[in-house]
Design a protein around this ligand. Structure first.
Ligand SMILES: [Zn+2]
Length: 356
């Protein structure tokens, strides 16, 4: 019996690993694995940093506030263009190893006076990492969304939009859009409307974290009025705590896809348990939903694991899981030609993957 059980387990693991996947919500610094973290810590021995400060183990939880503190610790370890290049290459390689075929990484450009890193060289290091991964022929197509951290306020946001516009024009379809993220308790959406609108008018796509915490109905509607191309989390859109039917209707009417990150929401305690995750609601009404990791390093997860968790929690069949992954291609920010290439790849792999 035990043997059968074990075989069953590995059969399942293989299916989720072999399943070609699209990752659309991955923060670069939060995606750093423990292996890469060890390399970073070795470079900065004066720093007394250990595992629990940068990663939440299985079964453990933190408050959202504690999670944001973890990011600040991680930022102290990634301070030079060389660090950024290394983490970008490692993160891309790990996603590729997990069967991710298309990845949109997001990250806030950071200036570090001590190392001479500028926001521009930060962005360039990520682009170099993407380029090197391509040269190594990894089977993964990687793009970059430049992120606005709410902490910086409107003036920094404006600067970031300028930078994003510059790279949007100078890179060939690598910088595709903007992300609004960071501690949702800090700042007001109102402050970011103008720069976000400017970015949208310049042709940049918008992926906005919204409704991550309860009772933000007004701010959520303001951000939704920008008609973002995708929503990060949207945890409380359909909740009695500050969500509303109007918000849900708006999102449905405009068919704005949701990036849903199960383990992230459980471990940062914005959702009490997997079975209460809002994936269940949005999936049940056939709304565009994309399974993502958010911060695979901090939350100690993988995209294949997130698919498995969603499937096991909400009783999805293999073919439903396949469709979920296939449909996520519709919501990528790259062009139609990339979409067709990915669909071709998926269709080619389908007989092999579904025979499991
Ligand atoms: Zn996020």
């Amino acid at each position: 019996m035990v043997e059968v059980e074990e075989q069953h387990q590995s059969w399942k693991t293989d299916f989720y690993l072999e399943l070609p996947k699209v990752e659309l919500h991955a923060h670069l610094n939060g995606s750093i694995s423990s292996n890469t973290m060890k390399k970073l810590i070795a470079k900065k021995p004066d720093f007394k940093i250990h595992d629990e400060m940068t990663m939440i183990e299985k079964g453990k939880k933190r408050t959202l506030e504690e999670c944001f503190q973890m990011f600040q610790i991680i930022h102290q370890l990634t301070t030079s263009p060389e660090d950024i290049l290394m983490i970008t290459k490692d993160v891309i390689k790990e996603f590729a190893d997990d069967g991710v075929k298309y990845l949109e990484l997001r990250s806030t450009p950071r200036r570090e006076n001590a190392t001479g890193m500028t926001k521009k060289s930060y962005v360039e290091s990520i682009l170099e990492g993407i380029k090197q991964a391509k040269q190594e022929n990894l089977d993964i197509d990687v793009r970059y969304l430049i992120a606005i951290d709410r902490r910086g306020g409107p003036s920094v946001a404006k600067e970031t939009v300028k930078l994003a516009e510059e790279f949007f024009l100078s890179t060939e379809d690598v910088v595709l859009g903007l992300d609004l993220s960071g501690d949702p308790t800090i700042g007001q959406a109102e402050d970011f409307l103008e720069p976000l609108l400017e970015a949208k008018n310049a042709g940049l796509k918008l992926a906005l974290h919204l409704s991550e915490i309860p009772n933000q109905g007004k701010e959520t509607q303001m951000l939704l009025d920008l008609l973002p191309d995708r929503i990060g989390h949207g945890t409380f859109l359909n909740s009695s705590e500050g969500g509303s039917l109007d918000l849900v209707d708006f999102v449905r009417q405009h068919r704005i896809p949701l990036e849903l990150c199960l383990t992230s929401n459980i471990k940062s305690q914005t959702v009490p348990s997997y079975d209460q995750h809002h994936f269940g609601f949005w999936y049940s009404i056939a709304h565009p939903s994309v399974i993502c990791t958010d911060d695979k390093g901090v939350f100690a997860t993988y995209l294949s694991q997130e698919y498995r968790l969603a499937a096991e929690t909400f009783n999805l069949t293999q073919s439903q899981v396949w469709d979920l992954s296939y449909e996520s291609i519709n919501y990528i920010f790259a062009s139609d030609s990339t979409r067709s290439e990915l669909r071709k790849k998926w269709n080619h792999l389908k007989p092999k993957v579904l025979q499991f």
